[in-house]
Structure formats: C-alpha cells, structure tokens
Design a protein around this ligand. Structure first.
Ligand code: NAD
Ligand code: LMR
Length: 327
C-alpha cells in the first residue's frame, strides 16, 4: 500500500459529489493501492446532509477509505490536501448561460483559493468544476497557487465529443485519439476534430465525417449538451460530470496514454495565441504528473476564428470578474 492521499471535495452534499465521492473512495482516481482520506467541505446549512453522505461512505466499507471528515471550515477542509475538487457552487437553470452564475458563484472561489494556498500541500492539484468553471479557476489561481496546479474541467465536453463522433462514425471510443476542446466551458467552446484519428487504422476522422455534419451538428451539439441535459433531465449533468472529474484527476496523476491527449482548461502561457493567464482549454498531455500543452499543431483559418471567439468570451467573463471586484 502507498501513503494515503488527502482529497478535498467541496459541495459534498450536492448531486455531482454524490457520485464523485464514491468513485474516489473506490480507488478510481488514485489507484487500487493508494488509500484516501476524504475531506467533505460544505456550507453550514448542508453539513448535516454531508454527514449523511459520510455515513453512506462508511457503510460501503471501501477497503481504500482511510478516513472521512465533514466540515464547513475551508481551513480544515483543505488542510494537507493533495487534491481538491472544487464542485460546490450553484448550477444554472433552464434557459440560463453559465456566465450568469458568476455573480452568485464567483465569490466562493477567492476565499477557497486563499484557504488552499494557506493549508493544502505545496503541490496540491486543483480541479474547478463549479460554473463558470474556467473563470472560477482564474479566481482560484489569483490566490498564488503554483503554476499549472489550478485547472478547470472541460473533460466532460471532451468525453461528450468522443461519444458523438463514435456514434456517428462507428469507431469505438477506445480507438479515438487526439480530440481537442478549445476555450471556455460554455456555448462558445470549440470541439475540434482536426487531429482526431482512429488509433487502429491511423485514419483521420475529418476524412470520414462530412464538414457539414461537423459544423452544423457536432460542434453545436457538444457545445450545447449541458443545456440539453438540463432540458431533458430537469437538472444539470451530475454522474457524467463526476465521471469526467475522475478521468481528469486520474490522468493528471497517472499520465495520459501514449499517442493520445486530453482537454484541460489551465492558465494560458500564450500558446496558440490565447492571452497569457486566461484559463482556457487546450490539448494537454500529463507528463511526470504535470500538465503540458501539446505544441506545434497547425491552426487553420476556421479553427483560428473559433478559438478567437471562445477567447473573447473568456475575456468578457474576466471583465465581469473585475467589475464585481472578485480579484
Ligand atoms: P448541487 O446544487 O447539487 O450541489 C452544489 C453543492 O455545493 C450544494 O450542496 C451546496 O450546499 C454546495 N456549496 C455551495 N457553496 C459552497 C461553498 N462555498 N463551499 C462548499 N460547498 C458549497 O450542484 P451540482 O449538480 O453538484 O453542481 C455543482 C456545480 O458544478 C454547478 O456550478 C454546476 O453548474 C457545475 N457543473 C460543472 C460541470 C463542468 O463540466 N465543468 C459539469 C456539471 C456541473
Ligand atoms: C454541463 O456542461 O453539463 C455543466 O456545465 C452543467 C451546465 O450548466 O450545463
């Protein structure tokens, strides 16, 4: 057995956490030989419900679950954290855009960023899930956490894009490599199949799928999938979001598969013309436990226009953050 890892999940009484916590406790993120100590952080009004979740975690008798603590104090919740899933935030309702949540949710992330900087492990890995995820992550990063250690989740968009292409092409998800989601986890995101290939044959999916299907069905479908789920399910995605969070942190810790990459939103280093510091989604590999942006991809005119549009959306959210005095 390895040394136990301490994992903080905020919004522990919420929908996503109800799936996520059990996947983490079962070893789905850190592996079958690493015990986990869970810290469940909630607001005071939801601590009792989080206590109930902790009781269920106990009842599941997970062999890897070393300890569970419920708290409403960020200093306690992030104490010694090796990984933090920042899920706790309000979801949007039908017909709303995620950016409209900034006024309600943005204020959560400055104090949490500072608590992480003050109490978590020096090399803590942070994944922001609460929406609007990219911009909330930029608020967390402003607390001065190590470069590259604050990320936002676009893995759900990445997985949705893989699922759509697999259904349309007949190529199993397991054989699809090099999907990219650029930009914001919003309706302006750009799911990009330019580099996508069938690992078994080497075939480029862009040669198999019609450009009309990609432009008129695939891109809008993936970009609007969150709204579609809210419409049909009556609540925002939860189990698929938890699954994507597991995938994100798993690959960060264990590395991305040879020849493949995944989509990760992190502070830009200026790559692909995305202004430095903007938390934007890029194709990334995890190497020795650190995310690295994949370099040197050719960007055509249509890709450039779509990346610029989602970057403009992020810049508008950054302006809202400044006007609300959140950083
Ligand atoms: P939910 O309403 O079921 O649960 C949210 C929980 O967060 C609640 O229990 C609430 O008490 C708690 N919370 C609120 N403020 C908190 C704080 N300051 N500290 C700790 N906990 C706090 O919502 P959910 O369905 O679990 O979704 C959570 C967030 O994740 C939403 O903002 C949603 O839009 C977002 N989301 C993001 C993605 C993504 O792909 N990035 C996917 C799905 C959902
Ligand atoms: C999603 O993509 O499902 C989440 O961001 C929830 C939402 O508001 O769409």
């Amino acid at each position: 057995m390895n040394t136990p890892v301490t994992v903080t999940v905020t919004g522990a009484a919420g929908q996503i956490a109800y799936s996520l916590l059990f996947r983490i406790a079962a070893g789905g993120v850190f592996g079958p030989t690493t015990p986990v100590r869970l810290r469940l952080l909630e607001i005071p009004a939801a601590v009792r419900a989080a206590d109930g979740v902790a009781m269920e975690l106990f009842d599941a008798a997970f062999p890897l679950l070393a300890d569970v603590e419920v708290t409403d104090d960020p200093a306690v919740g992030f104490d010694g954290a090796d990984a933090a899933f920042l899920v706790g935030a309000k979801p949007r309702g039908k017909g709303a855009e995620r950016a409209e949540l900034l006024a309600d949710n943005g204020g959560i992330f400055g104090p949490q960023g500072r608590a992480i900087a003050g109490h978590a492990a020096d090399d803590v890995r942070v994944l922001v899930v609460g929406n609007p995820a990219n911009t909330n992550a930029s608020i967390v990063a402003a607390a001065g956490l190590p470069a590259g250690h604050v990320t936002a989740m676009t893995r759900l968009d990445h997985n949705r894009a893989l699922a759509q292409v697999s259904a349309a092409s007949g190529v199993p998800v397991a054989r699809l490599q090099r999907m990219t989601v650029w930009g914001n986890h919003s309706a302006t995101q750009f799911p990009d199949i330019a580099e996508l290939r069938d690992a078994a044959t080497g075939e480029r999916l862009a040669d198999r799928l019609s450009p009309e299907w990609v432009a008129d069905e695939f891109i809008p479908r993936v970009a609007r999938r969150g709204s579609e789920i809210i419409d049909v399910r009556g609540a925002s995605s939860a189990a698929s979001a938890a699954s994507a969070a597991v995938d994100h942190m798993h690959d960060w810790v264990h590395g991305t598969p040879e020849g493949d990459w995944v989509s990760v939103a992190l502070p830009s280093d200026g790559s692909y013309g995305v202004p430095e510091g903007l938390v934007s989604s890029f194709p990334c590999c995890s190497v020795d436990g650190e995310w690295e942006i994949v370099r040197g991809l050719e960007i055509g005119a249509d890709q450039r226009a779509r990346i610029d549009a989602t970057v403009a959306d992020l810049q508008a959210e950054a302006a809202t953050v400044r006007s609300l005095g959140l950083v």
